[in-house]
Ligand binder design. Structure first.
Ligand code: GDP
Ligand code: IMO
Ligand code: MG
Length: 427
């Protein structure tokens, strides 16, 4: 019998705490593989008093005996990857030994970044709030069959192919009347970085992953962003350009759907969103500001303040359905430690009607969240490390969510450190 690959992904708008939990779960796995997204991701993890932020490299990298893979579904900016490798080297982590890259992963060109900026500038108030890492334009070239892939860097005509695509981009940038960039400098840095990342082994990752599964080794697919930013099921057009959902692990790594095992769905005990787009439970008041300050809700990639609001159960149920979540993980409950009352949105009211599904269009309509009020726990959860110590009011919150969503919460995270993690069930 072949083992199945487990998937861990975000159920909200990203930044749920995927990096931390992948690091915590890595001892149970042999291979950690990113399947989509790119340097728009910022995955943080913390141990021994130091916080690390990863953008392209999987979050299993701090475990030297475990392999990490950047899958075909990921888009790579060599500059950012080379910088990540350098930073890790300074910390004594030699990634050459336990990281490999899919030859089929697409490259983010300097002009993809420029196109991202030009496109956002042209949208004005309707901008997506992109991280400006060139994600959208790179995936457009991938599906438009114009992209350059990691494996292409070894081809004799790589530079000619690069020039052909770059020249096309320059024409497009001209249409946008955008000139705020210095291409020669960007290109030099990019080609230097292409050289720098040659030290990382490349592979045909679909064979690699399936070979692990064939040998009964354990594989964890690490998602980036979150379900509500999915290109198909997120709040389009305020989404990213990849499939962030469980199905993305199949296409982004070459894992057959019947070889997917557990799906870990990770969510915060409240909600955050960075960038534009609908957010029904968003708080514009002092409570939202408190969440932002206590939760340190500022982007790991861009430093932008994150929008904050209460937990949204209809959205959580939707994400659980789309992904086939089998195990939930709740993060950052400690941020609510000092809140006397906690609201949970269980339905929406639109045009006077109560609904529990996610509406097709949420841009020009008013969505009123319907809340259930719960008591806060007024306890410092960060100091607790086993389930017996958890206060009753907190357990009520946990049970309420489980009952609403219909999936057990396996892991509770009560602080950013690896150790601040409470397992409720054996994995
Ligand atoms: P990711 O993109 O899903 O990996 O999440 P990010 O790393 O972008 O954002 C999560 C942030 O919350 C990081 O700064 C983490 O260090 C921090 N964090 C993770 N889990 C917890 C938790 O349980 N409690 C608190 N207070 N912070 C946490
Ligand atoms: P992790 O993996 C939170 C958001 C951006 C913007 C939209 C599109 O750390 O959870 P893009 O750069 O992809 O064109 O931006 O998606 N976004 C994220 N928000 N966490 C992320 O990643 C994100 N990656 C993209 O803010 O609204
Ligand atoms: Mg993040």
């Amino acid at each position: 019998m072949m083992t199945k690959a487990d998937v861990l992904l975000g159920l909200q708008w990203g930044d749920e705490g995927k990096g931390k939990i992948v690091d915590v779960l890595t001892p149970h796995y042999d291979l950690i593989a990113r399947f989509q997204g790119g340097p728009n991701a910022g995955h943080s993890l913390e141990f021994e008093g130091v916080k690390h932020v990863l953008h392209t490299i999987p979050s299993g990298i701090f475990h030297p005996d475990k392999m990490n893979l950047i899958g075909n579904g990921v888009v790579i900016d060599p500059i950012i990857l080379a910088r990540e490798i350098q930073k890790l080297a300074e910390k004594g982590v030699r990634v050459q030994d336990n990281l490999s890259i899919s030859r089929k992963a697409h490259l983010i060109l300097p002009t993809h970044r420029v196109l991202d900026a030009a496109s956002e500038a042209a949208k004005g108030h309707a901008k997506i709030g992109s991280t400006l890492k060139g994600i959208g334009p790179t995936y457009m070239d991938k599906t438009g069959r114009n992209g350059l892939r990691v494996g292409d860097t070894e081809a004799h005509d790589f530079y000619a192919r690069y020039e052909f695509l770059r020249n096309k981009h320059i024409e497009l940038i001209r249409l946008y009347e955008f000139d705020d960039f210095n291409l020669p400098d960007m290109e030099k840095e990019w080609f230097d970085a292409i050289q720098a990342i040659q030290s990382i082994p490349r592979c045909d990752s679909e064979y690699e992953v399936n070979s692990y599964l064939g040998q009964n080794k354990n594989v964890l697919a690490e998602g980036a962003q979150g379900t509500l930013l999915d290109i198909d099921f997120g709040s389009y057009p305020f989404v990213t350009s990849s499939n962030t959902i469980a199905a993305g692990a199949c296409t982004g790594l070459g894992i057959a759907p019947n070889r997917i095992g557990e799906v870990y769905g990770i969510f915060k005990a409240y909600c955050t969103r960075v960038g534009s787009g609908p957010f029904p439970t968003e708080l514009f008041d002092e409570t939202g500001e408190r969440m932002r300050q206590i939760g340190k809700e500022f982007g790991s990639t861009t430093g932008r303040p994150r929008r904050c609001g209460w937990l949204d159960i209809p959205a959580l149920k939707y994400a659980t359905m789309i992904n086939g979540v089998t195990r939930l993980i709740m993060m950052k409950a400690d941020v609510l430690d000092q809140f006397n009352k906690i609201q949970v949105c269980t339905a929406y009211k639109i045009n006077g009607k109560l609904i529990e599904h996610i509406p097709f269009e949420s841009k020009d309509i008013t969505i009123e969240p319907i809340y259930t009020e719960m008591n806060g726990w007024n306890t410092d959860l960060t100091a607790l490390n086993n389930i017996e110590q958890l206060p009753d009011a907190f357990l009520k919150y946990v049970h309420f969510i489980e009952q609403q969503v219909g999936v057990p919460i396996f892991i509770l995270s009560v602080g950013p450190d690896r150790k601040q993690t409470i397992m409720r069930h054996a994995l």
